[in-house]
Design a protein around this ligand. Sequence first.
Ligand code: 7RM
Length: 652
Amino acid sequence: MSEPPKILALLHEHRVIDPPEEFQRNAIADSEDIYEEAEADLEGFWASQAERLHWSQRWTRVLEWNPPWVKWFIGGRLNVSVNCLDRHLDSIPDRVAYYWEGEPGDERRITYRELHDEVCRFANALRRIGVRRGDRVAIYMGMIPELPIAMLACARIGALHSVVFGGFAAEALKDRINDASAEVLITADGGWRRGDIVPLKQSADEALEGSPTIRHAVVVRRTGQDVSMQSGRDLWYHELIEGEDTECPAEDMDSEDPLYVLYTSGTTGKPKGILHTTGGYLTGVSTTHRLIFDIHPETDVFWCAADIGWVTGHSYIVYGPLANGTTSIMYEGAPNFPDKDRLWAIVEKYGVTILYTAPTAIRAFMKWGERYPKAHDMSSLRLLGSVGEPINPEAWMWYWTHIGGERCPIVDTWWQTETGMILITPLPGITRLKPGSATRPFPGIQADVLDESGNPVPPGAGGYLVLRRPWPAQFRTIYGAPERYVEQYFSRFGPEIYLTGDGVKRDDDGDFWLLGRIDDVMNVSGHRLSTYEIESALVDHTAVAESAVVSRPDPATGEAIVAFVTLKADVEGDEALIGELREHVAKMIGKIARPHGIILTEDLPKTRSGKIMRRLLRDVARGQALGDVSTLANAEIVKEISTMASEMAEEE
Ligand code: 7RM
């Protein structure tokens, strides 16, 4: 078989933005030396970061690497909840850990002292109902303070938590509980989302019918609606913690003891339990949080607007920020409730200084229009972040202009559930920014671009993104499936090379441009094209808010490009505009990439964490029966799009 051609990287984006001088002056990471130091002595670099944490016993070796297996801070002992809470009690007991805001507008303000006390009470209660070190505890909740409290309580007593996103259905919850053989489930009566109640307890009850390992369900009262409580099994959180002590001895954990499992849906359906451990994980997330978000904990108000049900929330709402003594925002509900300016109202109200969100959200804000952010004073913001998908240059520029007021650096942070921590990213006081590029590997990270046979690809061309050596927060295995860990991540290019599954190109300066998942790459007339670059060319057009590109078989070209396009709020679509969009792509990246068909649609199918689901659109474009839709956030749109696609096929 002949070698498939390399991925063509066609989008050329040339804007560069230097770090604002004022930002540079006060930045924690303020010189290139940090890259050189980490390069010269990787173990020394990470050891000096680990020293910022509290260890009950120091490690004897920093790194042990038996590819593909890895251990960090061997022999070291620590407790994550002690590092996130107790360690701050002498110095900053009254600093706010979370400003929490419920969707209906209720508020809670929780200091480090209060968080510590609440975590201890719940940890004592969990011990009392028989949860022991090494046990698995499932958590299925909305964004309420009891969610991080439950996670930290587990960490305190050495139990592994498995947080299941509150937007998942009963079936998904059941599968995850069973895969981990969890013994306790922590949930809530319900949660608020866009003015409605999400019936969490009802879904939990359904899941528990098929989850024999669960002994107890602990239920937080959030919405106050009626729920059924099964006597003996179900316990109210507020009753359980009543009378519990606000001190709770923490388990002394080994650096390599597991901290949590977090499920991520693989391309093949069955969710994978990504296992993270203790010392390396906390070192990795606290270091990246501090340096990438330039955290000045005395003055910053940090807002990672993700859900804690995803890894972004684990690492950058809970563990990283708390380890660094940061004040964070936690918001329960939807960004467009009661109106489309909710986020900006929160930024203004709490004086948020750092905002970290996802391209899907930024494109929604773009679509809604700039009058929503304009209505608020957002001058407190000094740094912005992006995560979850490649950020199209146009969306980057919109974020920079309309949210950041052209003064806030944007850190486009590439990472995965598996990597635990951010790996490719600017350092905001140092790095020259390029809209659409995640720029460069974090100090000590060795990322590379390989072709099909494992040879490094020259600048300008696309290839497989791989990582060539270990980093402390990396996952250690797939829970209960070590052979899958080896097979999926460390077999293609050998056990020393971690395969990320993403496509990427490196430019002449060595900066990285992510091209989306390798599975999404198309083959048109023998050229391998990234769907993402064509999408970005479409989003570059002033009428377009968002787009998803897929291919379908074509007798002439092998595959033909089909683009699904969402227009901005005030734009009417017609045939003339469609023609214009096709030409716009041809002009920006070449005729080879000109979409064969363009379908205008109200919305695009997304995963529940906001990533565009091209797999489904591919089925639609090919007129095939739809695959698994269980992880879809907005199922109704696929039906609508299918109808339009089949009408288009008839016209042809
Ligand atoms: C943190 C998170 C991981 C996948 C990853 C990429 C994509 C994430 C970026 C990005 C381009 C980014 N974990 N991805 N961040 N692509 N630029 N800054 O999202 O496990 O849910 O997803 O997300 O494809 O492999 S995740």
